[in-house]
Design a protein around this ligand. Structure first.
Ligand SMILES: *[C@@H]1O[C@H](CO)[C@@H](O)[C@H](O)[C@H]1NC(C)=O
Ligand SMILES: *[C@@H]1O[C@H](CO)[C@@H](O)[C@H](O)[C@H]1NC(C)=O
Ligand SMILES: *[C@@H]1O[C@H](CO)[C@@H](O)[C@H](O)[C@H]1NC(C)=O
Length: 342
């Protein structure tokens, strides 16, 4: 008898959900499934696991945007994994996040990858007409017009680089724009949305050296600083994945470059802009450094930007100025209406 009992128990145990009829063994746990009970949806039912792309993006824009978003997730996932693997034993962690505990930065990266993506919309129809009216905008966050929406202007599809070209095109982490790659550019746009950035990931510092200083002065802000998160993700992807053990950290663009760019545009304006508006001259240098490398892309692939296709060697004043405005500016508008260009 005991052996038969055991056999029946095993048979039932193998089919617990299919066995709706009460058993004769008095085991309540096996009678719990009732034919009349409506099916309970899985806890994650309805989750949106892919960033929505608006129908206003045509086929090639959708394909490029999907690739860029995948690359944003690749960058963010590796940044998270690097933090989990090395913690604050990583020189990169210490450089960008200083004494901050590792959980927060790792969490913001994971949010890009695993956060629910419902409503985090990317669109190509320029509803706020900023692509049409703002010189050199590659896209923008819609702010009060759609806090989870980003507009991607046509320019993005010709000037933003694929992640496979990490450490190419003359790019260095310290010396180039943190939005040069489509993936890192889109991480920036994602952190602007309420859904992903939660109004907390923001602009506490923007330039490379400012970000390194922020790690020392305010590590608790560094772990939620949008630019820091991008620089870190790019730096560790370059070092761990793209050029293993080498990377392409590079050097910040020296301050003199600002003067050179300003002078080549207009020598009299240069004096005014470098003495009275250091912030704007910094942004000129930043945009020109990305613009110079963008020429490599546009000269081979962007038919409409013929003026930017001039070989980089000569770089007369007019070419520099044109490239700067047509491809180099990275702007977005904050909720309070402030336009921010880096
Ligand atoms: C690294 O993290 C540990 C805690 O995990 C902490 O005790 C230590 O002070 C940190 N080191 C630095 C350099 O921040
Ligand atoms: C939101 O829409 C208004 C009205 O069309 C426009 O003036 C404003 O620039 C838009 N905001 C952004 C961030 O584009
Ligand atoms: C899609 O949009 C791009 C502009 O971003 C344009 O150059 C391209 O011709 C469009 N493709 C089609 C098939 O219409």
């Amino acid at each position: 008898m005991p052996s038969i009992f055991t056999l029946s128990t095993l048979a039932l145990a193998a089919l617990p959900l299919l066995s709706a009829a009460p058993t004769s063994y008095g085991s309540a746990s096996w009678t719990a499934v009732d034919d009349d009970t409506p099916e309970v949806p899985g806890w994650a039912e309805g989750a949106v696991t892919e960033y929505p792309i608006h129908a206003s993006c045509n086929h090639s824009e959708t394909a490029l945007l999907r690739q860029g978003l995948d690359e944003a997730e690749t960058l963010a996932a590796h940044a998270r994994d690097h933090i989990h693997r090395f913690g604050n034993n990583s020189v990169y962690y210490l450089k960008y996040f200083g004494k901050a505990p590792t959980g927060e930065a790792a969490g913001w990266f994971d949010k890009v990858v695993n956060g629910d993506k419902a409503g985090v919309l990317f669109r190509c129809d320029d509803p706020d007409t900023n692509c049409a009216t703002q010189d050199g905008w590659a896209g923008h966050w819609r702010g009060e017009n759609g806090t989870d929406e980003s507009v991607i202007c046509e320019l993005s599809f010709t000037v933003k680089w694929p992640l496979a070209g990490m450490c190419s095109y003359g790019y260095t982490v310290a010396g180039s724009s943190s939005s040069a790659y489509f993936g890192s550019d889109l991480i920036h746009r994602l952190y602007h949305t309420d859904k992903i950035g939660e109004g907390v990931v923001g602009h506490y510092a923007d330039e490379y050296e400012e970000c390194l200083q922020l790690a020392i002065d305010s590590p608790e802000e560094a772990v939620r600083n949008s630019a820091t998160l991008r620089y870190f993700a790019l730096d560790v992807y370059a070092y761990d994945i793209a050029e293993p053990g080498v990377g392409c950290t590079g050097e910040p663009v020296p301050a003199e470059a600002e003067v050179v760019v300003a002078e080549s545009t207009s020598s009299s304006a240069a004096v005014a802009s470098t003495t009275s508006a250091p912030e704007s001259s910094t942004s000129v240098a930043e945009s020109s450094s990305s613009a110079a490398s963008i020429e490599v892309t546009t000269s081979s692939a962007a038919p409409e930007s013929t003026e930017a296709a001039t070989p980089a060697t000569a770089a007369p004043a007019s070419t520099l100025a044109t490239v700067t405005t047509s491809a180099g500016t990275e702007c977005h508008t904050h909720a309070d209406g402030e336009v921010h260009c880096v």
